[in-house]
Design a protein around this ligand. Structure first.
Ligand SMILES: NC(=O)c1ccc[n+]([C@@H]2O[C@H](COP(=O)([O-])OP(=O)(O)OC[C@H]3O[C@@H](n4cnc5c(N)ncnc54)[C@H](OP(=O)(O)O)[C@@H]3O)[C@@H](O)[C@H]2O)c1
Length: 218
């Protein structure tokens, strides 16, 4: 996020907040996960690839018996998703779309050839999503935004670790999306989160918070 807590600006192009060294660190974190989840709005707006980029890290994953890059996961209630988005077309890996029950049929028609469409409930329930992912072998899920997903995973108490990177500039436009929206977060003035690590990476800073006993310090 920016110094003032935004994860994008209002321009059409995606705002780059990290530097090269931090993008590489994120690649290493991705490589250590079983699945990467983003909200459907991020798929629509940023058209992200969500792949492990480093060939060496891909090879290490294969040597461990994993697919070269983690499962891709998104959630939607509208199913306004383009099957030509890079989320679906890139990476020889399963793509999972958790969809609210009322749009399940539409989602299967639209995305059935490019993804596995799963009933997420009505309304969609993130605990059901994470339980289903667990049943599919996912032990480490990386949630990479946007703000709506961060807010829901945090307020639901589903997060073991928060990695927050602060870029050295301001966005200064309240129309831009923030790192999180409004919500009843488990961590407030009377229940402070545990800061586990602070790391300078060039001109950005990484803050790691331990949010549950499942936090893995390594
Ligand atoms: N800087 C960063 O690291 C970073 C990373 C990722 C994203 N971003 C930015 O974040 C912004 C997007 O964030 P956002 O908060 O607007 O959107 P988002 O979290 O990416 O996605 C929100 C969408 O996900 C679906 N969704 C979320 N919760 C749901 C639920 N409980 N049930 C059913 N569907 C649900 C809905 O999709 P439908 O509308 O399809 O129903 C909703 O509109 C973009 O500007 C992007 O650039 C920044």
């Amino acid at each position: 996020m920016s110094i003032d807590g935004y994860v994008d600006d209002v321009a059409e192009d995606r705002l780059l907040l990290s530097n090269d060294a931090d993008f590489d660190r994120v690649d290493a974190v991705r490589a250590a996960c079983d699945a990467i989840l983003v909200g459907a709005a991020t798929v629509r707006q940023d058209n992200p690839r969500l792949l492990v980029r480093s060939r060496d890290r891909q090879k290490e994953r294969v040597a461990r018996g994993q697919q070269p890059t983690p499962l891709k996961v998104t959630v939607t209630s509208s199913c306004d998703l383009d099957p030509r988005a890079r989320f679906f077309t890139l990476g020889d890996v399963d793509k999972l779309v958790y969809c609210a029950t009322p749009t399940l049929e539409l989602a299967r028609k639209k995305l059935g050839d490019v993804a596995t469409v799963v009933d997420g409930g009505d309304p969609l329930d993130l605990r059901r999503v994470t339980a289903d992912l667990y049943a599919r072998g996912v032990r480490r899920l990386m949630v990479e935004g946007g703000g709506s997903m961060h807010t829901q995973f945090l307020t639901e108490g589903l997060v073991d670790e928060l990695q927050l990177v602060v870029a050295p500039f301001f966005v200064g436009d309240s129309r831009a999306p923030r790192f999180v929206g409004d919500g009843a977060f488990p961590w407030g003035p009377d229940h402070r989160a545990e800061l586990a690590e602070v790391r300078q990476i060039g001109d950005v800073v990484l803050l790691r918070y331990k949010l549950s006993d499942r936090f893995d310090a390594v």
